[in-house]
Design a binder for this molecule. Structure first.
Ligand code: G1P
Length: 295
């Protein structure tokens, strides 16, 4: 059996240009779904899956993210003094333990593969997870936990997959499947962002990965792929002959929070999923829709 998955890399160095002006002075991973930033959802999902070491691969001007995972003594002191127990819990309960969060810098924006490679000295010879915070998956248990369970059976490399409309293959890493039991798909090849005319399937990689350290060796080559970037998909593809590669069709609903539409949808879905908000939000939405259709 493979070693347990204890470490997770969170590539969070992107500029977030699709969300300007919101991301002018704030990291896109700090954008909020209901009342929590994207990065907190991803870190909580990882910890639920048994991850012990959180590795943020960050960039300049993004220190608010590391502050978010640290104590805020002034705030906590004030909340305590005012007896605001619930508010205090909301900022402390989920905090990782001392030493669990490491922040590295990706000094140049050379692609997802390069961001992952920046964390190589933290990974060494263990399998590791990668989570892209702007892919949100609403599910119980969380997507990464589902993957860890499947990975304990298959080993090798594993990604979360979802069928996407064929015309959208050029937005994703796409699997070339060879065996498919309806849940787990074994792939014999991978292509990053293929044109729909040449895409081997419509099974797309969603931002959750469990990878063997061998992928770091491939990334070391710094080969450029789609868009001139060092692609994680290409590095995984180069190991496919010797390391089994599986996609897991996860249970849950995925939101592409890198797009404005997906971000708004996630806010609505996560609000409806909250018992304290569900009824009020549902009523307001019904009212909005009625008014809109009357116009
Ligand atoms: C990245 C990966 C791609 C994957 C996608 C999932 O692309 O390169 O293979 O399908 O994430 O969100 P990006 O969205 O960063 O362009």
């Amino acid at each position: 059996m493979s070693k347990p998955v204890r470490k997770a890399i969170f590539p969070v160095a992107g500029l977030g240009t699709r969300f300007l002006p919101a991301t002018k002075a704030m990291p896109k991973e700090m954008l909020t779904i209901v009342d929590k930033p994207l990065i907190q959802y991803a870190v909580e999902e990882a910890m639920e899956a048994g991850i012990e070491q959180i590795i943020l691969v960050s960039g300049r001007g993004k220190t608010s993210m590391s502050d978010h995972f640290d104590h805020s003594y002034e705030l906590e002191q004030t909340l305590r003094a005012r007896g605001k127990t619930e508010a205090l819990k909301s900022v402390t309960e989920w905090l990782p333990k001392p030493g669990q969060v490491t922040v590295m810098r990706q000094q140049e924006p050379l692609g997802l593969g390069h961001a992952v490679w920046c964390a190589r000295n933290m990974i060494l010879d263990e399998p590791f997870a990668v989570l892209l915070a702007d892919d949100m998956i609403l599910s119980k248990p969380g997507c990464l936990k589902q993957m860890v369970e499947a990975f304990n059976e298959t080993g090798g490399n594993m990604v979360a997959v979802e069928e996407v409309p064929h015309e959208n293959t050029s937005r994703y890493g796409i699997l070339n499947p060879v065996e498919d039991d309806g849940k787990t798909v074994r792939a014999q090849g991978l292509v990053e962002k293929p044109d729909p005319s040449v895409a081997p399937s419509n099974l797309a990689i969603i931002g959750r990965y469990i990878l063997q350290p061998d992928v770091m060796v491939e990334l070391e080559r710094h080969e450029r792929g789609a868009g001139g970037e060092i692609q994680l998909t290409d590095a995984m593809a180069r190991t496919i002959d010797r390391i089994p590669f599986h996609g897991l069709r996860f249970d849950g609903r995925r939101f592409d929070c890198g797009s404005k539409e997906g971000f708004v949808q996630a806010n609505v879905a996560y609000a409806l999923n909250r018992p304290d908000l569900r009824n009020r939000v549902m009523n307001s939405l019904q009212e909005f829709c009625r008014l809109e259709s009357d116009n």
